[in-house]
Design a protein around this ligand. Structure first.
Ligand code: GAL
Length: 694
């Protein structure tokens, strides 16, 4: 497994961990800029993202560019060798563009055209918006691509965050074009959408519209295709901006910042378009371990988007955000712990939104590296400086990989399909995944979050929660995986439909019935607050289960647990089935998390997957493997002391420079990065996705 420092991908990036944030100098008089740069040095900042929302300042009137201020900012930053991640500045079109091209404004599902005056007020398919953006990007690239400070390009900003779909006439026409490319004939489309139902058949392409507000349930095939189309349209916008940079600067390296498992954006596809994966992480500081796990899941997801190479934590808050109903602050140490948790899972950049807290606008109550209070005596700035100094000690970690023997299968396609309306219940795919991810996190077992089409050879255990949409290829891959000796863990409502939203007849999990040794005939969704219970072999106390209970016909599988209540009491709920040299476990309900963790622990043990150390609850333990060295990250996410049994692990903590061995006591929010020479080869080599032509 070859380490891949970000610098080997984008050679103008500074050496070591990247540290900094969004810098919006246009919000401040120039006199403040020199203080900014001085304070950045003090804080250890080596990279800032500039011009994200600067279109109106860079092009105050159509075609009338003003780059003088940006020249001065970038030159000033470079006097202190602070590098720039230069934005394409397209995240918020200027007022003149919306005025000249009202059709560039997005239209919601009810047909209402949205107003300018906030941000992201553009239809992703708008020709005027795209063309205006490309012109500006061309100018920026001509002027700055060769500047020594400009190390990376920040394409747009959180594409699809607020405006992730549009239902205007331009989108309607583009949707029809997209459909014609997907389906050769209208007959094929009618068959795929199942339009021999409610008189929905189409006789002309022109009859097809986006799935706008309708009297009742929309056609599931139409809704699913629109989700695919909009994700593709947003991705095309991203690819178009990348192409506009590379037209002028073919060697330019690019990234774009994604969001936490963002529903509308198929990042598996999007991140083929850029060189480095990056995302913005805003766990609720008051949300406890659940929030920590949600962030960890997304770190693992983003690491997987570029074949396991390091990613960037592009934004986080030093303390409060301003967009929750109640915006909890981060107590001393928590920001550091959360930052190290990102690095543990493969981030080689720790960046913030934003450098200096704004004094006006809708984000003036959002925290920053430099608070309104000033830096003198500021707790927040002190922690910012301390983190910058500590990250410098982790230079040797840069590029190190996170080897995992467990794969968690996740796809946007599956999410869109599962969450289309008119199902047995309203499913929450992210929550269904997080039960399993959370169990693995609690067990401190490294996980690769990968697409169900990904190669599975490197893994001992594959977990497929709610793999509702199952293609033939995916079924074959999972069958081969179990056949070879792997453990497949699959949860309820899996293998129900194909990629067209057509039911696999004969009972789920459809094409995998033989692998799991069972078929599902019926299901009972449980309303919130209601539960059933599981009678588990070898255990006296029943285990609560909730959300969904499937009724199984066993065809070779053995019951590990049965239902306790209802007319199906005594019927199998959790099963195992030997298949080839491996086994397939089926979990037909949502068991209590603690017990699910026990179940997963047994499976992992049977298949030789172990945690690196034994740690108290709330302590995250992750290993990164570099060239001849490996690094054990320990992070205590709780505000209380926590013990860790290091067992065979011993080495030097890069943060405190102390030797660590035996039993370790981690202070509240404490972190360690214990390094030691590596004497073993790591076999897992995830494949890098191919960039598509732009
Ligand atoms: C992000 C966005 C930033 C800022 C931040 C506030 O979604 O990219 O521009 O708005 O949230 O938390």
């Amino acid at each position: 497994m070859t380490p891949t420092p970000l610098r080997s991908i984008a050679s103008k990036l500074p050496a070591g961990m990247l540290y900094g944030g969004d810098y919006n100098p246009e919000q401040w008089p120039e006199a403040v800029w020199s203080e900014d740069v001085r304070l950045m040095r003090e804080a250890g900042v080596n990279l800032v993202s500039v011009a994200i929302f600067s279109w109106a300042k860079l092009e105050p009137r159509p075609g009338d560019y003003d780059f003088g201020w940006l020249d001065r900012v970038i030159d000033l930053l470079w006097t202190e060798k602070i590098s720039v991640c230069l934005a394409t500045a397209t995240a918020s079109p200027p007022a003149w563009l919306s005025r000249a091209h009202p059709e560039s404004l997005p239209v919601d599902v009810n047909g209402t055209r949205l107003s300018p005056g906030s941000r992201q007020h553009y239809c992703p398919n708008s020709r005027a918006y795209r063309a205006g953006g490309r012109r500006l990007i061309g100018e920026l690239a001509r002027r700055y691509a060769a500047h020594p400070a400009v190390a990376l390009w920040h394409v747009n900003n959180e594409i699809g965050c607020h405006t992730h779909e549009c239902f205007c006439e331009v989108c309607a026409a583009d949707f029809r074009t997209w459909l014609r490319a997907r389906y050769d004939t209208l007959e094929e489309l009618n068959e795929s959408w199942g339009t021999a139902f409610w008189s929905q058949a189409y006789g002309e392409w022109a009859e097809i519209l986006p799935p706008r507000k309708m009297p009742t349930f929309r056609n599931p095939g139409q809704v699913l295709d629109y989700a695919r189309f909009m994700s593709d349209a947003l991705c095309d916008l991203l690819a178009g901006e990348v192409a506009a940079i590379r037209l002028v600067a073919p060697e330019a390296k690019v990234t774009t910042n994604g969001m936490v498992f963002h529903r509308p954006a198929d990042y598996h596809r999007w991140y083929r378009e850029v060189d480095i994966a990056a995302w913005d992480s805003y766990p609720d500081p008051a949300g406890g371990i659940d929030e920590v796990q949600a962030a960890a899941f997304t770190h693992d997801l983003f690491r997987g988007l570029r074949g396991g190479q390091p990613f960037m934590l592009m934004e986080q808050a030093t303390t409060q955000v301003n967009w929750r109903a109640t915006n909890a602050l981060k107590p001393p140490g928590q920001m550091r712990a959360i930052s190290f948790a990102a690095v543990a899972r493969g981030a080689d950049a720790v960046m913030f939104f934003q450098w200096r807290a704004a004094r006006a606008g809708a984000e003036k109550f959002h925290s920053a590296m430099v608070p309104h209070f000033g830096t003198e005596g500021s707790r927040v700035f002190r922690e910012v400086c301390a983190l910058g100094a500590e990250l410098k000690k982790l230079t040797g970690v840069c590029g190190a990989r996170v080897p995992a023997r467990v794969a968690l299968l996740v796809s946007w396609e599956n999410r869109w399909a599962l969450e289309v309306e008119s199902k047995p219940m309203a499913f929450d795919y992210a929550a269904m995944i997080r039960s399993y991810y959370g169990a693995l996190w609690d067990l401190n077992v490294a996980v690769d979050v990968v697409h169900p089409d990904a190669p599975l050879e490197a893994y001992a255990v594959v977990v497929a929660p709610a793999l509702y949409q199952l293609t033939r290829g995916q079924a074959e891959s999972l069958r081969a995986f179990a056949q070879r000796g792997g453990a497949l863990v699959m949860s309820y409502f899996s293998g129900v439909v194909d990629e067209r939203e057509h039911i696999w007849l004969g009972g789920s999990p459809g094409l995998l019935q033989d692998v799991l040794g069972l078929a599902v005939e019926e299901w009972q969704p449980l309303p919130a607050g209601e539960s059933n219970a599981l009678v588990v072999a070898g255990r006296t106390e029943p285990v609560a289960c909730k959300i969904f209970c499937e009724l199984l016909h066993l065809r070779g599988a053995e019951a590990l647990a049965t239902y306790a209540h209802g007319f199906f009491a005594g019927r199998a709920a959790i099963t195992t089935h030997r298949f080839g040299a491996g086994e397939a476990i089926y979990v037909a309900t949502e068991p209590d998390r603690t017990w699910l963790t026990t179940l997963m622990s047994d499976v992992l043990e049977r298949h030789g997957v172990k945690a690196p150390v034994v740690a108290a609850p709330g302590v995250e333990a992750v290993v990164r493997v570099g060239e001849g060295m490996e690094f054990l990250f320990l992070i205590n996410h709780r505000a209380e002391l926590a013990m860790v049994e290091l067992g065979e692990w011993s080495g030097r903590d890069l943060v405190s420079d102390q030797a660590c061995t035996g039993t370790l006591s981690l202070e509240p929010y404490g972190v360690r990065v214990i390094s030691r020479a590596r004497d073993r080869e790591v076999s897992a080599v995830p494949r890098l996705p191919q960039a598509s032509a732009v």
